[in-house]
Design a protein around this ligand. Structure first.
Ligand code: ADP
Ligand code: ASP
Ligand code: MG
Length: 410
């Protein structure tokens, strides 16, 4: 008997028929004698619908109230899933994040899980129930409802698996595993039987939406056995995230495992500030204080003793960041210009094999140059090279890089 956490994404619970299919799969696992915790997302499109409703009332919605609204999507699907299980004669019980007591911090809209009280779930499992938990949500220390950021149900699934010391966490979605890149953009993309944790973490952090980055972080921290599978197929082992050391240094292994992309970032440029100690802190300190995450950062020094500073933030936070710079920072730094550009995209090639190979960056840059794609920013790590380009070239860049690094299936 194993304890398995199964997470089902929005398309997998998009209507009553699909929820019945989820219940059938759970029933099969129950019949094998396993204990099952199910984590569900909202029906596909529902979270977006709820966000739009909020924006109709308040264009930049109050974060606490927005979380009160968007968390309801998952509350509907847990009830439906529990009902579907009961219809199959299976004992089932649903919990919202707050009912479980998934304790988070109070960063509404991007809260982090601090603790999970597994008491009720364990009791229910021991009493023979399938426990159905709402993904994407928790509550802070004052009982306020919080949400974990888009794609956050993955994180609920893996965090629950970690807290319950589950034997496996299965992420069921609308593709049958992790591919060399999003198969919607490159139909020739190839499914990977396994991928190292490091590569998955990098792909997720560079924008591959198949797993939310925090779910991968949890899997790494607590060594959760994590697998991505299709909810539309009964066969197939999907993709296993592995923790073996030294993988990828083998000559047989591909140098590049995958390509990620991200349209969610915006670029902020601060031109002509004095080139002196403390300037980066003066610019980025207030941004950090406002809890705005910064991704790439570039500083260029000009010949005239001034410097230009460019960094990226989430598109949703561009205006907030610009407001902070103009209202609170400009008075101290006296920049020649402060501007924002949200028509950018980031494309990254990822692979642990890069550690033992040179020339990957030049191959990437040559491939983009041959298509006339201008690179605006570059950032590298041991196992990744990421570039910022104009948004309209993103899909082209992903396709040509996928081909250049020979990632297609046979
Ligand atoms: P869910 O609603 O099940 O959480 P998501 O839409 O969040 O599903 O994630 C699954 C989607 O991730 C796929 O439909 C696919 O378009 C996209 N995706 C992006 N990169 C990859 C990749 N490397 N491998 C597989 N899918 C990917
Ligand atoms: N429903 C949430 C979203 O659309 C969480 C999730 O699906 O993982 O982002
Ligand atoms: Mg998702």
């Amino acid at each position: 008997m194993a304890l398995i956490v199964q997470k089902y994404g929005g398309t997998s619970v998009a209507n009553p028929e699909r929820i019945r299919n989820v219940a059938k799969r759970v029933a099969r696992y129950r019949a094998m004698g396993h204990q099952i915790v199910v984590v569900v997302s909202a029906m596909s499109g529902e979270t977006n619908r709820l966000i739009s409703l909020a924006k109709e009332i308040m264009p930049e919605p109050d974060p606490r109230e927005l979380d009160v609204m968007v968390s309801t999507g998952e509350q509907v699907t847990i009830g439906m899933t529990a009902l579907a299980l009961m219809e199959l004669g299976i004992k089932a019980k649903s919990y919202t994040g707050a009912q479980v007591k998934i304790l988070t911090n109070d960063a509404f809209g991007k809260a982090r899980i601090l603790n999970i009280d597994d008491h009720n779930i364990k009791n229910d499992l021991n009493d023979g129930f399938v426990v159905v938990v709402a993904g994407f949500q928790g509550a802070d220390g004052n009982g306020n409802i919080t949400t974990l950021g888009r794609g956050g149900s993955d994180t609920t699934g893996v965090a629950l698996a970690a807290a319950l010391k589950a034997d496996e966490c299965q992420i069921y979605t609308d593709v049958d595993g992790v591919y060399t890149t999003d198969p919607r953009i490159v139909p020739e993309a190839r499914r990977l039987d396994k991928i190292t944790f490091e590569e998955m973490l990098e792909l997720a952090s560079q924008g591959s939406k198949v797993l939310q980055i925090r779910s991968v972080e949890f899997a790494g921290k607590y060594k959760v056995k994590l697998r991505v599978l299709s909810s539309f197929e009964d066969e197939g082992d999907g993709t296993l995230i592995t923790f073996e050391e030294n993988e990828g240094t083998n000559m047989e292994e591909p140098i590049i495992s995958g390509i990620a992309f991200n349209r969610d970032e915006a670029k902020i440029t601060v031109l002509g500030v004095p080139d002196k100690p403390g300037i980066a802190y003066q610019i980025l300190g207030p941004i950090a204080e406002a809890n705005i995450d910064v991704d790439m950062i570039i500083q260029n020094t000009g010949a005239d003793g001034t410097t230009d500073f460019t960094f990226t933030v989430h598109k949703n936070e561009m205006n907030k960041a610009l407001g902070i710079l103009r209202d609170k920072v400009q008075g101290h730094i006296n920049a020649r210009e402060i501007s924002g550009d949200d028509k950018i995209a980031k494309v990254a090639v990822v692979g642990v094999g890069m550690r033992s190979h040179v020339g990957i960056a030049s191959q990437m840059f040559r491939t983009l140059a041959e298509e006339g794609i201008n690179i605006q920013m570059i950032s590298t790590s041991e196992i990744k090279i990421a570039v910022v380009i104009e948004e309209k070239y993103m899909e082209l860049a992903v396709r040509v890089l996928h081909k250049a690094f020979e990632l297609e299936g046979e």
